[in-house]
Design a protein around this ligand. Structure first.
Ligand code: ATP
Ligand code: MG
Length: 434
């Protein structure tokens, strides 16, 4: 026997028994996004490395340490996307969707980061991403946060903490940066190595450090909010007022940052204390400088990304209601005539009820074996058709979940019989003539 090939560390399979919750999340998310006028935009999984260097920033963990970068056969440097925003902005510019327009878009799919795999942290994970372009005011900041809040509510998950902050403008941030650098310099020796390096290149990033000693120092750092320009302060007040009006609770965290120059004003993060160390479920912010930074005409933007694995973990933990997709009917058949008649009957049921989940037994087997499969499938009812039934043009309907005794039903009446039991309505009697 040849050696087994295993999956790559940090990259997960999604097995059928776990698919219901993913499909539910995707369906509800698509509904909520559409309810706010956001439309789907899909971008490739692979882009030029330079796009991510520019969009995510060279002095970030993602670009410095976490990207899957390779040369294609033509010698070009490409990378697996570590997030979705970069590709969306690239596509928006390329297709002329951003210039002088308002766009509300969403996207979702796998993203890749070479991190140390652990619970809630994977090398291939999935993001749900929402972005709005061409809207500079706090009204859309409020909209996008309300949209996330509605998603949590529709999914039946709760217990989030929403933190918000304002980064001001690039100019006001320069003043803050000077104050922060002064403060951090006075504690330089106690900072971790990465933070010492970033002190020169990108000190705001230090606020984001996960190293406990650095975090302690950061607690007493000067506050961004004390350095805001007047307009940004106004924007932030309007955001807070809007969230208050909607009854969306939040905490102001003056140390919440995105360490890149094109980020402006609003940043926010939804965290939970129910998932251990990997506590951020959704992170976002305004990036009024990004489109220009990637070569487009200056266009404001704001967006967020949800880590789907973490949200799903929360849904599972809180036992959020998820519709099951087990079959409703398992159709047992044996005998030459019955096998053929069952195909026709099954197709008629599917004609009448396109969403009906019906498994038609395949691969033969005795009645007992077929009923075992029926039970294992999770179906509510078994239909049983042997040659005797076929000769009489009847079928047995047997509950697999203790809902009464088996009954024999004539083919024409089958739809009418099943309809109330499955919570469906039937329009025509069954008619098979073969
Ligand atoms: P973290 O601080 O947890 O590393 P991040 O700041 O790197 O998060 P973002 O780049 O803002 O995360 O990505 C948005 C969301 O994607 C996060 O809030 C989180 O829910 C999720 N996420 C980030 N990295 C991973 C990962 N390696 N595995 C699973 N989910 C992740
Ligand atoms: Mg990270």
């Amino acid at each position: 026997m040849s050696q087994k090939i295993q999956s790559i560390r940090g990259m997960n399979d999604l097995l059928p028994q776990d698919a219901d919750v993913w499909q539910h999340l995707q369906a509800i998310a698509a509904e909520v996004f559409a309810a706010y006028g956001y439309r789907e935009l899909r971008v490739p999984v692979v882009e030029r490395t330079d796009l991510f260097k520019r969009a995510v920033g060279e002095v970030t963990d993602v670009v410095e340490k976490e990207m899957y970068t390779f040369e294609d056969r033509g010698g070009e440097s490409l990378s697996l996307r570590p997030e979705l925003t970069a590709g969306i902005v690239r596509a928006g510019i390329e297709h002329g969707l951003l210039y002088n327009q308002q766009q509300r878009v969403w996207s979702s799919g796998p993203v890749f980061r070479y991190e140390r795999p652990q619970a809630g942290r994977y090398r291939q994970f999935h993001q749900l991403d929402v972005e709005a372009f061409g809207l500079p005011g706090p009204d859309v900041d409020i909209e996008i946060i309300a949209l996330a809040a509605r998603l949590w509510q529709r999914l039946g998950v709760s217990g989030f903490r929403l933190q918000i902050n304002s980064l001001g403008t690039p100019e006001s941030r320069l003043r803050y940066r000077a104050a922060l650098t002064d403060y951090l310099r006075s504690h330089e020796a106690a900072l971790d190595d990465d933070s010492q390096r970033r002190l020169a290149s990108n000190p705001l990033r230090v606020l984001d450090s996960k190293v406990p000693a650095t975090r302690e120092i950061v607690t007493h750092a000067p506050s961004l909010l004390d350095h805001l320009d007047a307009e940004s302060a106004e924007h932030f007040i309007a955001l807070r007022r809007g969230l208050d009006l909607l009854g969306i609770g939040y905490q102001v965290n003056p140390r919440l940052v995105r360490g890149l120059d094109y980020y402006t004003r609003t940043v926010f993060e939804w965290t939970t204390d129910q998932l251990g160390a990997q506590d951020a479920v959704c992170a976002g912010g305004r990036y009024d400088g990004l489109v220009a930074h990637l070569g487009g005409a200056s266009t404001p933007g704001i967006g967020f990304a949800i880590g789907m694995e973490r949200l799903i973990a929360l849904m599972n933990l809180q036992q959020a209601p998820v519709p099951a997709h087990a079959p409703q009917i398992y159709f047992c058949r044996f005998g030459l005539q019955a096998e053929t008649a069952a195909v026709a009957l099954a197709e008629q049921l599917r004609d009448e009820w396109p969403a009906l989940r019906l498994v038609l037994n395949a691969g033969g087997g005795k009645l007992g074996a077929q009923l075992k499969r029926a039970d294992a499938s999770g179906a509510r009812f078994a239909l049983i058709l042997g040659d005797d039934e076929a000769a009489q043009r009847t079928v047995q309907v047997k509950s697999l979940r203790g809902e009464g005794e088996p009954v024999s039903i004539g083919w024409p009446d089958l739809l009418q019989h099943l309809a109330p039991r499955l919570g469906l309505s039937a329009t025509v009697p069954i008619d098979i003539t073969e």
